[in-house]
Design a protein. Structure first.
Ligand SMILES: [Zn+2]
Length: 333
């Protein structure tokens, strides 16, 4: 932890509300002593848990970035009990570029944990997130979306829970977020996690944590943004950190397990024959891949290798071999 080269403009131990930047040293031609600025807000008052809410681990996933920045702007220390750490754009260069990966080092942050304190800017950010910020936390929420290439309905993702305490905490976070879908991982997680993700980092630090996939297609919808903000307020309330909030009635969630993805084997233009939430039979044709550059060539049919429900789908028409077209899930219970 002490070996990090990142310095913080905020004091994690101070009371009140502070907003500043994590300074990630980045010495380049146009800025010899320059740094990459990762925005951070810390709000602390009285006794209570520490919650870290992060977004922009992938730069082209926007609902979370907006929702976390809104919290940073709207909440004051008078409303908060405990410590709230807000990171609206964790991989700030990627967010600035509207890219999944950072344009300055090609870093896909959610494949880089536990990072490297002396590595590239993305590796340094991963290390700081895992070794400095997450050890402060009792709870963490990491917000994603389908990004530019995929579309998800508002979906919470959570691990299996390795102890009664973790299971109770995960259940509370899941019910509070109250998104239409909950994707429950059947394995992994825990303190021995080897995942290169922010969720893996939180698990290694013993932080009770969930993540969410919130829309995608490189855009923002008001509906998903409202579900995100509602859920974050409800989480703060259920943790006792936003005591004056009055949560509305729970709407309930559909618990699913992911069964697998359906991939393209031919390049061309993807025509989905199924929508999110629709049922799919094994062997059913779920997509066509068109070849308008060769008009006499019939489109290729893509059949589903499994039975289930469409949880996520590709947002881009142009498709190459190896691209995921659909993610299929089935009911968990
Ligand atoms: Zn993501």
């Amino acid at each position: 932890m002490t070996e990090t080269q990142i310095t913080s403009e905020v004091d994690f131990d101070a009371g009140g509300k502070q907003t500043g930047y994590l300074r990630v040293p980045h010495s380049i031609h146009r800025s010899a002593y320059g740094w990459v600025a990762v925005p951070i807000t810390v709000i602390r008052k009285g006794d209570g848990p520490t919650l870290v809410i992060s977004a922009g681990v992938h730069g082209d996933e926007y609902e979370g970035q907006i929702a976390v920045a809104n919290l940073a702007r709207q909440l004051g220390s008078d409303q908060i009990r405990g410590r709230l750490i807000l990171l609206p754009t964790v991989n700030a260069p990627a967010a600035e570029a509207g890219n999944r990966v950072s344009p300055i080092d090609d870093g896909n942050l959610n494949r880089l944990y536990p990072g490297d304190p002396k590595g590239t800017p993305s590796q340094m950010i991963a290390h700081y997130h895992e070794e400095v910020i997450l050890p402060l936390a009792d709870y963490a929420v990491d917000l994603h979306s389908g990004g530019s290439s995929l579309i998800y309905p508002a979906t919470l993702l959570r691990g299996p829970g390795h102890s009664p305490e973790e299971e109770t905490g995960l259940k509370a976070l899941t019910e509070a977020f109250d998104l239409p879908y909950t994707w429950v991982f059947t394995g992994g997680g825990g303190s021995n996690s080897t995942a290169r993700t922010a969720m893996g980092a939180a698990n290694r630090k013993g932080v009770i944590n969930v993540m969410a996939e919130l829309g995608g297609a490189g855009c923002v919808t008001g509906d998903v943004l409202r579900q995100t903000e509602r859920g974050l307020h409800r989480i703060l309330h259920v943790l006792g950190m936003l005591p004056d909030h009055s949560p509305d009635a729970t709407q309930g969630t559909r618990r699913v397990h992911a069964k697998g993805s359906i991939f393209a084997y031919e390049a061309g233009l993807f025509e989905p024959l199924k929508e999110i939430g629709e049922e799919v039979a094994r062997g059913e044709v779920v997509a066509l891949i068109h070849h308008p550059e060769t008009p006499e060539r019939a489109p290729d049919e893509v059949a589903s290798p499994c039975q289930g429900m469409v949880l996520a789908m590709r947002a881009m028409a142009q498709t190459r071999r190896g691209d995921a077209l659909f993610q299929i899930a089935s009911d968990a219970d």
